[in-house]
Ligand binder design. Structure first.
Ligand code: COA
Length: 330
C-alpha cells in the first residue's frame, strides 16, 4: 500500500539507547572464520554494540524514550500513543510499549508493540501518522528496540557479523510544521520469501525452537537492492518530490553495498545519506532512529528538513516514509 496525506505533523524529538559494550570484527574473528577486512569490504560494518545482561529491549526502549521526551521537552501526560517495534521480543505481553508508557508517565497513552522485523520502525511510524492524520492522536512516541545479539547464532559467520543491539525513539506531533504538505508512507511485504529471513518464537515444525536468525543472505541482498530503489521512487512520486527535495535519506542499515548501489541509482549525493552501520551494524527496527539520533547529535538534523526513511528485511517486508523534521537542534 502507498498513501499520501496533507498534514502539518512532523517529527519533533529523537532519543537513543546505545549499549556501552562494543564488539569488534576482530573479536568475532576469534570465534568464527572471518576477518575484519572481509566484514568491512562485504558489509561496511566495523563494530556493533551488545546489550549487557542487565539491558533488555524494554530497558533500552525506556532509556531512548526518556531521552526523546527530555530533548523534545514533551509533557509525558500529553502523549496519546506509544508504539514499540522490535524483531527480538522477550515476551508476548505485557508489551514493551505499555512498560515504557508507565515508566515515563504517559498515563493517558494507548500502547502497542509491532512485529515487522527491520521494517518495524517504518510500520510503527506509519501507524502513528495514520492515528494523527485521522485526528485520533496528537502526540505519539515511536520506538525501535533490539537485542538481536540474543537471537544470533554466534557460530554462523554468515549472520553473526551483521547484527547489533540498541534502541531509538522519536516523538511525532500534530501541528508541528508551519504549513501543510504531503506526508507519504509505503508499506509492503512478500511472505512468499518469508523463509529467506526468519527467527522463530515457538517450535513451529516440531524440531525444537530455533530462535536464532536464519538468513539466505544472497536472496535478501537481491530483494534489498531492488526494493530500496523501487520503494523510494514510488514514495517520492506520491509526494510530488524528487531526490533533490530530500535533505536526508535514511536507508535501512543492513549492508553498505546495498545502500551504495541504491543511493547511486536514486541519485542522492552521499552527504545527504545517513550511515551508522559502520558503528552499530544492523540494528533492525532501531536502525532509523539511531541514524536520526546520530544526525541530531552531530548537527545534521535541522528544523524543516525533509526525511526519506526506509526499513526492510524479515517478512520480507519494507516500509518507507517521507516526513518532516521540526525538532530543535542539538
Ligand atoms: N567471513 C568470511 N567469509 C564469509 C563470511 C564471513 N563472515 N560469510 C560468508 N562467507 C563466505 C561464504 O561462505 C562464501 O564462501 P564460498 O564461496 O566458499 O561458499 C563467500 O563468503 C561468499 O558468500 P556470500 O553469501 O555470497 O557473500 P556475500 O558477498 O553475499 O555477503 C552477506 C554475505 C551476508 C554479507 C550478504 O549476502 C548480505 O549482506 N546479505 C543481505 C543481508 C541483509 O541485508 N540482511 C538483513 C536484512 S534486514
Amino acid at each position: 500500500m502507498i498513501g499520501a496525506v496533507t498534514t502539518d505533523l512532523a517529527l519533533v524529538a529523537v532519543g537513543a539507547a546505545i549499549p556501552a559494550r562494543i564488539l569488534t570484527n576482530e573479536e568475532i574473528s576469534q570465534r568464527v572464520e572471518t576477518d575484519d577486512a572481509w566484514i568491512r569490504e562485504r558489509t561496511g560494518i566495523g563494530e556493533r554494540r551488545i546489550a549487557t545482561a542487565e539491558e533488555s529491549v524494554t530497558t533500552l526502549a525506556i532509556q531512548a524514550a526518556r531521552q526523546a521526551v527530555e530533548r523534545g521537552d514533551i509533557a509525558p501526560g500529553s502523549i496519546d500513543l506509544v508504539v514499540a517495534a522490535t524483531a527480538s521480543p522477550e515476551r508476548s505481553f505485557p508489551s514493551i510499549a505499555a512498560l515504557v508508557a508507565d515508566d515515563i508517565g504517559a498515563h493517558s497513552a494507548g500502547a502497542v508493540d509491532m512485529l515487522a522485523a527491520c521494517a518495524g520502525f517504518a510500520y510503527a511510524l506509519s501507524y502513528a501518522v495514520g492515528q494523527i492524520a485521522a485526528g485520533f492522536a496528537e502526540t505519539v512516541l515511536v520506538i525501535g528496540t533490539e537485542t538481536l545479539s540474543r537471537i544470533t547464532d554466534w557460530d554462523d559467520r554468515g549472520t553473526c557479523i551483521l547484527f547489533g543491539d540498541g534502541a531509538g525513539a522519536v516523538i511525532i506531533k500534530a501541528g508541528a510544521a508551519p504549513d501543510q504538505e504531503l506526508v507519504v508512507v509505503e508499506l509492503g511485504a512478500d511472505g512468499s520469501k518469508g523463509d529467506d529471513l526468519r527467527g522463530d518464537l515457538t517450535d513451529r515444525d516440531g524440531s525444537g525452537v530455533d530462535r536464532n536468525i536464519r538468513m539466505n543472505g544472497s536472496a535478501v541482498y537481491r530483494f534489498a537492492t531492488q526494493v530500496i530503489v523501487d520503494s523510494a521512487t514510488r514514495v517520492l512520486e506520491a509526494g510530488q518530490r524528487t531526490h533533490s527535495d530530500i535533505d536526508l535519506f535514511v536507508p535501512h542499515q543492513a549492508n553498505l553495498r546495498i545502500i551504495e548501489s541504491g543511493v547511486k541509482r536514486l541519485g542522492f549525493p552521499p552527504e545527504r545519506v545517513l550511515i551508522t552501520l559502520d558503528q552499530y551494524g544492523n540494528t533492525s527496527s532501531a536502525s532509523i532512529p539511531l541514524c536520526l539520533d546520530h544526525a541530531w547529535r552531530t548537527g545534521r538534523l535541522q528544523p524543516g528538513q525533509r526525511l526519506l526513511m526506509m526499513g526492510l528485511g524479515g517478512g520480507l517486508a519494507w516500509g518507507t516514509c517521507l516526513i518532516r523534521w521540526m525538532g530543535r537542534g542539538a
